[in-house]
Write a new protein. Structure first.
Length: 458
């Protein structure tokens, strides 16, 4: 069974016939740092894109780097399928583009179930996960666990390999998932046993909450697993506008002649501007995954938000727990198989959060404290409004597409009219909610708040 949900912006954008992205115009929203193998230069004149340094500033991470927290002696494990023959080469190009004055950390690709006999087309996903965990923790070791294929059987083998072979302090990012209803009881039991043992052994697991809003691609409210596992920290998506502001003037992303409609992507540059909203992009019909699990009851450690879950007609574990930028109109630069591309989705959010926790575990080790291990019980004890960027509803521009208020996905009717899908979403509210969790962590403020909770409950 296929558990992959692709977050490749290039695939989504192929419908737009974006040959104009490769031009000689220097007045662009996004320009790659180096040329592609074929000598072309990726330039996008209406989509913004982010570098690692942009994320460092946007999420207040530079204070952590000033403390020499770079992930040194820590290991980030990326769990994917099929593997990539160009992963290390692509990683090296990315590193040299953004961190030319730093030594490149250890990179390993491990095949616990044997070398794949087929190409599952996960190379781009793998490049995204590796490069953007590295972007946040530039000195952490990066180990890629590549399974034979993306069936539940082999994905579980990958998790069990991690649990059996990695020490306390390891952080794991999983940018994959499937509807909770797709798993058998036996499969769920296997995953849950592995995640439980892993957290008891000092490992922290992160998973993308999904890119298809409150219905997770189904016709009813649905959440994604493994994000919904109580032993996994679910990472949702936000729409970060940093240095620019989106001002949509049209609901349609294509003109009548199927060309890019610049009124939809209309933005204005403002280097001092920072806004982080719920992630809900109508042109892709993508939004932050989240909701109430049908498999797991509300854990004791989530009791502080139980009333919110009940108020939204839920009765199970609520996700996501945290969030990070996942937008396409402000995607991240990835070097994949010789080309610079812009990628998006909660696939971009999970590895970045994992990178942050490599920094945090480094700090804890230096202070003689235990590693984070099972994060969720600590996370829901934090009572510090300055620890998070609380994500609130916003309406931008003059059209429906600019309503960034929940994770009810948009859809286009045959006549081009934009409407909400039939499955309702979860409103974004002050504090924790089932679209963006607590919001995005704020650098040292988040570190201090987490350390306080861990120290008080040692």
């Amino acid at each position: 069974m296929n558990v992959k949900k692709f977050k490749n912006l290039n695939v989504a954008m192929s419908l737009l016939l974006l040959s104009a992205c490769f031009d000689d115009n220097n007045d662009t929203a996004c320009t790659a740092p180096t040329y592609n193998n074929d000598g072309s230069l990726l330039q996008l004149d209406y989509l913004n894109c982010y570098t690692p340094q942009d994320m460092h500033s946007a999420y207040e991470l530079n204070t952590l780097y000033d403390m020499n927290l770079t992930g040194n002696d820590m290991t980030i494990v990326i769990h994917d399928a099929y593997g990539s023959p160009t992963a290390e080469e692509d990683f090296t190009v990315f590193h040299n583009a953004f961190f030319p004055n730093r030594d490149i950390p250890e990179f390993k690709q491990i095949y616990p179930s044997g070398m794949p006999s087929e190409d599952g087309d996960w190379e781009g996903e793998i490049s995204l996960d590796i490069q953007w965990s590295h972007a946040i923790a530039p000195d952490a070791n990066i180990h890629l666990i590549s399974t034979l294929d993306n069936s539940f059987e082999y994905m579980l083998i990958g998790i069990e390999y991690i649990v059996d072979n990695y020490p306390p302090g390891t952080v794991v990012s999983m940018s994959w998932g499937a509807n909770e209803t797709d798993y058998s009881d036996e499969e769920l039991a296997g995953f849950e046993a592995a995640f439980k043992t892993g957290t008891e052994n000092g490992i922290t697991f992160f998973a993308s909450s999904g890119d298809e809003g409150s219905n997770d691609g189904a016709d009813v409210l649905m959440t994604d697993y493994p994000a919904s596992s109580p032993y996994v920290t679910a990472v949702g998506g936000t729409f970060l506008q940093y240095g620019w502001e989106w001002v949509p003037l049209s609901n349609n992303y294509l003109t009548d002649s199927d060309e890019t409609n610049y009124d939809y992507f209309n933005f204005k540059k403002d280097l001092m501007f920072r806004l982080e909203t719920p992630w809900n992009e109508s042109w892709l019909s993508w939004a932050s995954g989240g909701g109430s699990s049908t498999l797991f009851d509300i854990p004791e450690w989530q009791s502080s938000v139980a009333d919110h879950i009940y108020a939204q007609s839920g009765s199970g574990r609520g996700i996501p727990d945290l969030a990070w930028n996942a937008s396409a109109m402000g995607g991240v630069l990835v070097y994949d198989v010789g080309n610079w591309e812009v990628w998006t989705g909660t696939s971009a959010a999970s590895p970045q959060i994992a990178g942050l926790f490599a920094l945090i575990n480094q700090y804890l080790a230096e202070q003689g404290m235990d590693y984070v291990a099972h994060l969720n019980p600590w996370l829901y004890q934090i009572d510090d409004d300055t620890a998070f960027n609380d994500i609130l509803p916003v309406s931008q521009g003059t059209v429906l597409a600019g309503e960034q208020v929940n994770n009810q996905t948009f859809e286009y009717l045959d006549d081009g009219t934009l409407v909400y899908s039939d499955v309702p979403g979860y409103p974004t509210t002050e504090g924790w909610d089932m679209t963006t969790g607590f919001g995005s962590p704020r650098g040292k403020n988040f570190l201090d708040a987490l350390v306080t909770v861990m120290s008080e409950n040692n």
